[in-house]
Every structure is written in C-alpha cells, then in structure tokens.
Design a protein around this ligand. Structure first.
Ligand code: NAD
Ligand code: TYD
Length: 350
C-alpha cells in the first residue's frame, strides 16, 4: 500500500483532496497532517474519518523535529502539500506567521522528504500546491502562464512565491522529484467564511453589511474547488517531474458583479423582494496593495494532461449557496470563538 501524506487536509481545499483520494484510491493509505489552526476543521471530514485507509495526525509543519520523526516513522511515498496560512488580509496584519508556516514549514517538509528518499527517489513525489497570486497583478489585458515572472505583492503571495522557489531549488540542487501547480481563486463547500464568497453568503443570510474593498473593481478568476481537487489528482499521477501547471477555469468576475449576482440568487432563495440584499453593499477602505486582476491560462494542463473544469460558474455558485444555507451548524461552529475575534478586529475597527 502506498503511503501518501496530505498536509493541510482539514482546510478548505485539502479536505476535498483528502475525500477524493481516500474514496478513489483504496490502494493508498492517506495520512492527513494538520495543525488545526482557526482554518482547519475536522468537521470538514466527518464522512471519511472512519475509512480504513485514512489516518489523521495533528501536528505543526514548522516543528522540524516532529516532521523528521514523522517521515522516518511512516516512510511516505508521496507528499501533497497544501498546509498554509492562506488569507491575504491576515498576512497584512501578521506577515511573520506566513513566513513560518508557508516558507519554513515547506522547507522542513522538503528536508524530511529528501532525507528519507535520498537513497532511492524512484516512484516518489513531492507535490507543492500553490497560487496564481505569486505572479502579481494584471492590468486589464494579459493572462498568467507558467512562464510569467513572479511578482508577488502581499505578504501571503510573497511567502507562497518563496516556498515555490524552494521546491524548485530542491529539484535542481538535490534531484528531489517535485511537481507544482498554481491555481486561481477557489470557491465551494467548506471554505472558511473570511474569504469573499462564504463571508458574503453568511452576511447576506444574516442581513449584515457586505464590506466591498475599494470600488469593487478588482477581478478574480474563480474555479470550483472540486475541479481543483480533480486537477491535483491528475497532476499527482501524470504530471512531469520538475514541471509547473497552472490551474483555472477561464472565469473572470469583477468583484461587484459577482456580489450583485450573489445578492440576486440569495434574494430568490430566501424569498426576499428582488434588490433587498444589494442594499447591504457597503464600500469600505481598500485592502493595502490590492491586486487589480488575476487571470490564469490553464492551457498546458488541458493540452498535456487532458484536465477540463466540469462545472459552469453560475451552477457552481448556486450549489455553493445551497450548501452554506443548509449547513447552519457548521457555519455556527466556525464563526464562533477565534474567528469571531478576528472578525471584530478586521471589520469592526476598520
Ligand atoms: P485553508 O486556510 O482553508 O487551509 C489551510 C490548512 O492548513 C488548515 O487546515 C490549517 O489548519 C492547516 N495549517 C496551517 N498552518 C499549519 C501548520 N503550521 N502545520 C500544519 N497545518 C497547518 O487554505 P486553503 O484555501 O484550503 O488552501 C490550501 C492551499 O492551496 C494553500 O497552500 C493555498 O496557498 C493554496 N491555494 C488556495 C487557493 C484558494 O482560493 N483558497 C487558491 C490557490 C491555491
Ligand atoms: P479573497 O476571497 O480574500 O481572495 P484573494 O484576495 O486571495 O483573491 O478576496 C477576493 C476578492 O474580494 C479580492 O479582490 C478582495 C475582495 N474582498 C472584498 O471586497 N471584501 C472582503 O471582505 C473580502 C474578504 C474580499
């Protein structure tokens, strides 16, 4: 049985990757390593926790002794690395936390993998999951390809760019078998309600203001999280060693247009008079260093590995809204405690 370590598996994207791999590959044993920060939630994995080919391990990738010991104990065959601090606004408030987890945590994992694989790299793979934000910001023209020069602006994207460079350096310097992907903004179930889509669904539901940064003119390229998980599966199994693949659905939305669409759908679903939820839109001070536009060219992944997104955005957004409206308990649990404190700091004192 192959032993695969997935880091950050209790988070938003990680939980979808764990679910996909545990269900699809009974010949793999999936080890989910997660620190369970505010963003990690084992409730995201209720349906897989009893599976025989699944083990959860609580631990911090920043702790190098613990990580080295874990790799020696289990002798993993492959790593899919998603654990990270992932929210741009938090990175502006506390950049060092992003350096610890995203940079040092990644280097700890690379060292541990190199140490146990150094005699035999055959059949091993270190898959690093990254973001399109490393490429910086586009104007109204252009698109990110795998050749686009790195130009990160936020502490989050700078830390992810740094981790990407380390992964490539371990390939070039030590021959570590690696593969990388850079994906655009994800949406779907189990996303922590600090990111735009789940935050606004929750606020619309509760008749709370919708804090739009700046003029709402920024553009993001949205991909359904389960399509990202499917791309990770394809790249893990068929991607070329040392290569990078961009992942995205060619689905750009100006924030304000997306927010208006969400308001419209939710008016319908909540039985409100059309136009009611839009009144919650509140323009607030812009995010510092706010990237104008992201857009991803996933042509390489589509041509070379045959991946295509499965869902139209409008359909995915409806599904996502339905999911959050039905998950009152999940939302209540994640929006209490730590998250609530952060929310006050971010928005009430803004
Ligand atoms: P998330 O914040 O929802 O989840 C991150 C997970 O990592 C959490 O379960 C958390 O507990 C865990 N974690 C954090 N610090 C840790 C540490 N020190 N040790 C062990 N575990 C730790 O993030 P996400 O949105 O699911 O993103 C997952 C990965 O995908 C990240 O690497 C992110 O950069 C990348 N990514 C995200 C998006 C997106 O739109 N969300 C897009 C492209 C790439
Ligand atoms: P976010 O979900 O934080 O993702 P990222 O910044 O990583 O792309 O934000 C998506 C867009 O929505 C981004 O342009 C910032 C904007 N935004 C708001 O206008 N208000 C908010 O409260 C949040 C969280 C985001």
């Amino acid at each position: 049985m192959k032993k695969i370590l997935i880091t950050g598996g209790a988070g938003f994207i990680g939980s979808h990757v764990v679910r996909l791999f545990v269900g699809k590959y009974p010949g793999y044993h999936i080890f989910n390593l997660d620190k369970l920060t505010y963003a990690g939630n084992l409730e995201n994995l209720r349906d897989v926790e009893q599976m025989e080919n699944y083990t959860f391990i609580r631990g911090d990738i920043v702790d190098s002794d613990f990580i080295n010991q874990l790799f020696l104990q289990y002798g993993f065959d492959g790593v899919i690395h998603l654990a990270a601090e992932s929210h741009v606004d938090r990175s502006i408030t506390n950049p060092l936390e992003f350096v610890y987890t995203n940079v040092i945590g990644t280097v700890n994992l690379l060292n541990a993998a190199r140490n146990i694989w150094k005699e035999n790299m055959e059949g091993r793979l270190f898959y690093h999951v990254s973001t399109d934000e490393v490429y910086g910001s586009l104007g109204h023209e252009g698109i990110f390809t795998e050749e686009t020069r790195y130009d990160p602006h936020s502490p989050y994207s700078a830390s992810k760019a740094s981790s990407d460079h380390f992964v490539r350096a371990y390939h070039d310097t030590y021959g570590l078998p690696v593969v990388l992907s850079n994906c655009s903004n994800n949406y779907g179930s189990y996303q922590f309600p600090e990111k735009l889509i789940p935050l606004f669904i929750n606020n619309i539901k509760n008749n709370k203001p919708l804090p739009v940064y700046g003029k709402g003119e920024n553009i993001r390229d949205w991909l359904w999280v389960e399509d990202h998980a499917r791309a990770i599966d394809v790249i893990f199994h068929s991607g070329k060693k040392g290569e990078t693949y961009n992942i995205g659905g060619h689905n750009e939305w100006k924030n304000i247009d997306l927010i208006r669409l969400m308001c419209k759908i939710m008016d319908r679903k909540l039985g409100r008079t059309p136009g009611t939820s839009e009144q919650l839109i509140t323009y607030v001070k812009d995010r510092a260093g706010h990237d104008l536009r992201y857009a991803i060219d996933s042509g390489k992944l589509q041509k070379e590995l045959g991946w295509v997104p499965s869902l139209q955005f409008e359909e995915g957004l409806e599904k996502t809204i339905d999911w959050y409206l039905s998950q009152t308990e999940w939302l209540k649990n994640v929006t209490s405690g730590e998250y609530q404190k952060y929310y006050e700091q971010q928005y009430v004192k803004r």
